[in-house]
Design a protein. Structure first.
Length: 343
């Protein structure tokens, strides 16, 4: 088998499905841990494989990462070998133990999931204390001089909080903010009535453009916020540069790993049909380089486009946007419901 030219530069790694919350938009239906999650020894071996394949950036997710005993050892193996690692957490747990683990891991930052102001955030998180605990966590991280980011997942029911949340996180010393849309998978497939509208997506792209121009905080646009509208060249990539959406990177430069070693092109493709192999059966390099894997992107051809994407003059470049957004909104791989182009 001849290796292909693709490198998994970015990895999202779900260490555990165990979680201390039950969020209405959770794409993995996290809660109880799986019985056969990777051990520390197995996870360290996976880390070594990622390093060998050229991974440069990795996000640890759950569930709740802090509930996986030994997570910091896996992170440290990666950071000691030149991989930039961050973690995404709901921020509910933050005491001396967590601070010590973060320091040991040499994380680039800790990304907190904040989905609106207090009322909306607590409703989405199904926890009346979540927002208050997040504030305590932000205060502690700032005191410890640990860089913070925030991830915000948007629905129709919390989009109205975005302006106020922008000021709130800046005032709480957050340096990086990623905005993304909730795909109707997992728990959110039961709450599709809150799925964001195209009108609100158009407003959101204008908001992101405006706030990036203000340059008070580094803002990143989620891959499922689409595409090629009037604000496109102002909302992608590194702030201060002109960037354009150039197609889903799942299986090209991105790889996803779940807590039992299943490999997918992206952890936003949270469906068994996207599993390309398992790390208890095959090496990551074997799965990554296997002919026929990740075909939805590696074998892309414009003829695969369906719906309005098929007729779109940007189809060859856009490739129907985020593959997860396509699959979970349309049940198809190359037709996107979140696109504002020509709307």
């Amino acid at each position: 088998m001849e290796p292909n030219n693709h490198t998994p530069i970015h990895c999202v790694w779900e260490l555990t499905l165990q979680c201390n919350m039950n969020c209405l938009h959770c794409g993995s239906r996290a809660g109880h841990k799986r019985e056969n999650e990777l051990s520390n020894e197995e996870a360290l071996h996976v880390a070594d494989e990622l390093i060998a394949l050229g991974c440069k950036y990795l996000s640890l997710i759950g569930g709740e990462v802090f509930l996986y005993n030994g997570w910091e050892k896996i992170a440290r193996r990666l950071t000691d070998n030149g991989v930039t690692v961050n973690m995404i957490t709901n921020g509910y747990l933050m005491n001396d133990k967590q601070v010590e683990e973060i320091r040991y891991a040499n994380l680039a930052n800790v990304a907190l999931s904040i989905d609106g102001m207090e009322e909306n955030h607590n409703r989405i998180r199904n926890n009346s204390r979540s927002f208050a605990r997040l504030k305590q966590t932000m205060d502690r991280l700032y005191m410890e001089k640990i860089p913070m980011g925030v991830n915000t997942t948007l629905l129709n029911s919390n989009i109205g909080d975005v302006e106020e949340l922008y000021h709130y996180i800046i005032n709480n010393n957050v340096k990086i903010w990623q905005l993304q849309l909730a795909n109707p998978m997992g728990n959110f497939s039961d709450n599709k009535n809150q799925q964001i509208s195209l009108e609100n997506i158009k407003w959101l792209t204008s908001f992101i453009r405006q706030k990036r121009e203000e340059n008070k905080i580094t803002i990143y646009t989620g891959d499922n916020i689409g595409y090629y509208g009037e604000n496109e060249r102002f909302i992608r990539g590194i702030p201060g540069t002109i960037g354009y959406w150039s197609g889903c990177q799942a299986g090209l430069t991105v790889v996803g790993i779940d807590s039992i070693g299943n490999v997918k092109g992206c952890e936003s493709l949270y469906d068994d049909s996207f599993i390309e192999g398992n790390l208890r059966i095959e090496r990551l390099s074997t799965i990554w380089h296997k002919d026929g894997n990740f075909a939805y992107n590696r074998n892309f051809d414009k003829s695969l486009l369906t719906g309005k994407c098929k007729e779109c003059d940007m189809g060859a470049f856009c490739r129907a946007g985020c593959r997860g957004a396509c699959f979970f909104t349309k049940g198809k791989l190359h037709e996107n419901a979140y696109c504002v182009y020509n709307e």
